[in-house]
Design a protein around this ligand. Sequence first.
Ligand code: GAR
Length: 202
Amino acid sequence: MAGVETDHRSGVSSDPPGLAVLASGTGSILGAILDAGLPVAVVLVDRPCRAEKLAADAGVPVEAVERAGFGPDFDRVAYTESVVAALGRHEVGTVAMAGFGTVLGAPLFAAFPDRVLNTHPSLLPSFKGWHAVRCALAAGVRVTGCTVHLATEAVDDGPILAQRAVEALPGDTEQTLHERIKAVERVLYPEAIRRFLEGSLR
Ligand code: GAR
């Protein structure tokens, strides 16, 4: 599937050029990726969400791989295998997580080695996890931001590819600050993905 395979006749990489975007939320980051004209081959969701409609409106195929539950018996590896199988039905060489609400396991990183990207609403390595903006506010930081990084099995970890700072303002709530961070993510992430696909961002 992914991985650099060289066509020795031409010397050109034969990786599928397509991008899979994984989303669960309002899909505003997905919307920016679509608006940027990036080669989105499929949008994959783990629950009913607005991202499905955004993809459908853009004429992009949607794979819904709903998770069976959120309890301790959730089989992460089996779920991830279903995600990889769904992505395998499309020409996907790179995966971009855009607010995807399920932590995926080893099979994703085996299928797309060093080809899974993530955007996170903090300046990593600070404030990992699902409440990054809330935790940054609680810590009283004056500056936070967003990070694009290569995703690994460890959550919100992996080599940092791009970052941008966003000021925390007096009176900010989690929602107001997150909205300003997302406005920056909607510029930074599509730019970073484009450069990654071109091979100029490592
Ligand atoms: C973005 O802020 C993204 O960084 C965050 O979810 C939001 C999705 O926004 N992802 C994480 O926190 C992953 N750890 P959207 O639903 O409007 O596209």
